[in-house]
Design a protein. Structure first.
Length: 179
């Protein structure tokens, strides 16, 4: 009986962990009335002065270079050309990032108050990436894309980090001309 309960608890814990960790959530905001056909060039805006909040990513040139390269490839696919900021681009782009610890209750927590000996809540790191496109002439936000995902196993693996960045950027920028 105890073995069955342990197996059921492990299965539930694995399902919760997979459910909480496997969901890349993507969203985008497009300013009403924006005609993206008039935008042809972009440049990177000065780097954000706010830290991401994680020493493994703050000022990490590999993370920043890979992210910018992925964004540039996808924007090129939408017909936008990268130019120097001195060339008066149509759009300015910049990114924001944050890392925070998340605590998710387990099924036992939902059914009854947490008790000593019950399975503990799920604790993981969640990362948020935000891309902003600003109209360079009006300094108005015309598009914002965001991606939220767990960072478990991503920061320590360059391959996983690159795959996650590519997936997030692909899905965000697919919404670029949504309206």
């Amino acid at each position: 009986m105890r073995l069955k309960r342990l197996a059921a608890g492990l299965a539930l814990g694995s399902a919760l962990l997979a459910g909480a960790c496997a969901t890349l959530r993507i969203g985008a905001y497009v300013e009403h009335g924006v005609d993206f056909a008039r935008y042809h060039t972009y440049a990177w805006a000065p780097a954000d002065t706010l830290p991401i909040g994680d020493p493994r990513l703050d000022n990490n040139p590999i993370f920043v270079d890979y992210l910018q390269g992925s964004v540039e490839r996808h924007l090129r696919g939408h017909g936008l050309m990268l130019v120097p900021a001195s060339a008066n681009p149509d759009l300015l782009i910049h990114f924001h990032g944050s890392v925070r610890q998340r605590i998710e209750p387990t099924e036992n927590d939902h059914e009854r108050a947490y008790r000593v000996g019950d399975e503990p809540p799920l604790v993981y790191e969640e990362g948020t990436l935000v891309l902003d496109l600003m109209d360079a002439r009006t300094d108005r936000l015309v598009w914002r894309g965001w991606a939220i995902d767990t960072l478990d196993g991503i920061i320590g693996s360059q391959d996983r980090m690159e795959r996650t960045i590519d997936e997030a950027v692909t899905e965000m920028i697919a919404n670029l001309k949504a309206r």
